[in-house]
Design a protein around this ligand. Structure first.
Ligand code: ARG
Length: 479
């Protein structure tokens, strides 16, 4: 008999302490290397899945019992054991062990300590491969729901501010140069639209996340006559995964979520950048509540917009997580590979970062105080109603291109005089076009300019109020 084989059999009959720890160690000749033990363990971070791991195991065990694969007594023991484990985890007394590698093995090992053989029967017709992705899907489904709630809360804060300031005039920018007057309400509603699409994207991602992998077992399915639909129903999944190889291996639902998260951070980061600019005294458009700012340890006069800056900065890590998950997936042959263990930290951190950033912004927006005078003064600078003058001439049948040129001359005159278009006397304006009459000043005023853009999607206060009503109705319908 070859030496190796006899050595192996010797170990089987007298398992070492280390061999006891791993569910697969009976197959091995020597305990795992200490570094490898730490390197391969995921329990440090996948503990977060514990609640869902228990829920998944209970649904699986209940189904096994219903199908006659597990006895009623064993199921009762598993239920009892899982209740204790849930309580231990909740109150912090659960002894997580690196030896047990991950959340699944830790819980199963404790279950066996508590209820004996019934605990060892739980893994019938299951693998950690379908177990882990079931846990992740359950976890993500919940995270998506929390984030959609946070998005809704931020949207409500934006709508409340937009309503208060539906008619407040501020400069609208292109190229960060004053372009045309808009209302503050209209500006805020731009973000309502972005976050509305973010909510819709998450709802869509949730549909593809909410599919049950259990039953796929390691990769090929199981030889037991299981009832996957029962498990799906109990866990609130919309259906069962159609292909076992796909179910245990792909993490596209997680990548989709990371992409949704990245876009939310893009939107928050753009808004953050605007707040930082607006808070700068050169703009002076808004006052941020003190509770969202911090001071400087050396410069006593400082009040810094730390929260928007941090959110802008944190967007980077969320973008990074998306790329990490894409790279993690791209070269994996079917089916499960240990690479997938790396899906969790990026996913968890993306969800945490987005959730907290949204919460911070909801508070920030609710406490935002616009400075009407500074906004108006800035809107009045830079000839922001020049397009309105051109439109006025077009209404008098001047072709738009000609009107554009006429107004350009008027702007140069105003610039040379050091005044705004609305300050030019009628006689001067008439020098550029005889068609200009006294009624032109209504178009040149800031209020006239915004009120004139009175169509769906336009900045007129009347339209802003209508858009707010529509957005509120949309939000209510989603809940
Ligand atoms: N900790 C593992 C993970 O996160 C669980 C699945 C392990 N499966 C395996 N065949 N090693 O992916």
């Amino acid at each position: 008999m070859p030496k190796e084989a006899s050595k192996r059999r010797g170990r089987i009959s007298a398992p070492s302490a280390a061999a006891d720890a791993k569910p697969w160690s009976a197959r091995f000749d020597e305990p795992v290397d200490e570094l490898v033990r730490r390197f391969t363990a995921s329990v440090g971070f996948d503990q977060r899945l514990a609640k869902h791991d228990i829920a998944g195991s209970l649904a699986h065990a209940r189904m096994l019992a219903a199908c006659g694969i597990l006895s009623g007594a064993d199921f009762a023991a598993i239920e009892r054991g899982m209740a204790s484990i849930g309580a231990e985890i909740e109150n912090g007394s659960f002894a997580w062990s690196l030896d047990a590698e991950d959340v699944h093995t830790n819980i199963e090992r404790r279950l066996t300590q508590l209820v004996g053989d019934a605990g060892k029967r739980l893994h019938t017709a299951r693998s950690r491969n379908d177990q882990v992705v079931t846990d992740v899907r359950l976890w993500l489904r919940e995270a998506i729901d929390v984030i959609r709630e946070r998005l809704a809360a931020l949207t409500t804060a934006l709508l409340d501010q937009a309503e208060r300031h539906a008619a407040l005039v501020m400069p609208g920018f292109t190229h960060l140069q004053v372009a045309q007057p808009v209302t503050f309400g209209h500006h805020l509603l731009a973000y309502v639209e972005m976050f509305g699409r973010d909510r819709a994207r998450l709802a869509d991602c949730r549909r593809r996340t909410n599919v049950l992998p259990l039953g796929s077992a390691a990769l090929a399915g199981t030889t037991f006559a299981i009832d996957r639909e029962q498990v799906a129903r109990e866990l609130g999944f919309d259906g069962v995964a159609a292909n076992s190889l796909d179910a245990v291996s792909d993490r596209d639902f997680a990548i989709e979520f990371a992409a949704c998260a990245a876009l939310i951070m893009v939107h928050l980061s753009r808004f953050a950048e605007e707040l930082v600019l607006w808070m700068n005294p050169r703009f002076g458009f808004v006052r941020l509540p003190d509770r969202f700012c911090t001071g400087s340890s050396i410069m006593p006069q400082k009040k810094n917009p730390d929260v928007p800056e941090l959110v802008r900065g944190k967007s980077g890590r969320v973008f990074g997580h998306l790329v990490a998950l894409l790279a993690l997936m791209k070269a994996q042959p079917l089916a499960y590979n240990k690479d997938n263990q790396e899906d969790k930290e990026p996913l968890f951190d993306s969800a945490d970062t987005v959730r907290d950033s949204l919460a911070a912004f909801a508070g920030l927006v609710a406490g935002l105080e616009p400075r009407a005078q500074a906004m108006r003064a800035a809107a009045a600078e830079g000839f922001s109603t020049a397009t309105d003058l051109a439109d006025y001439l077009v209404r008098k049948d001047v072709p738009f291109r000609d009107a554009h040129a006429i107004v350009a001359h008027a702007v140069r005159e105003a610039e040379a005089t050091g005044c705004d278009l609305a300050d030019l006397p009628l006689s001067v304006l008439q020098g550029f076009s005889a068609l200009i009459a006294d009624d032109v000043y209504a178009s040149l005023s800031l209020e006239g300019s915004v009120a004139g853009r009175d169509h769906r999607g336009g900045t007129a206060p009347r339209q802003v109020r209508k858009a707010i009503a529509r957005a509120r109705a949309r939000l209510a319908a989603e809940r």
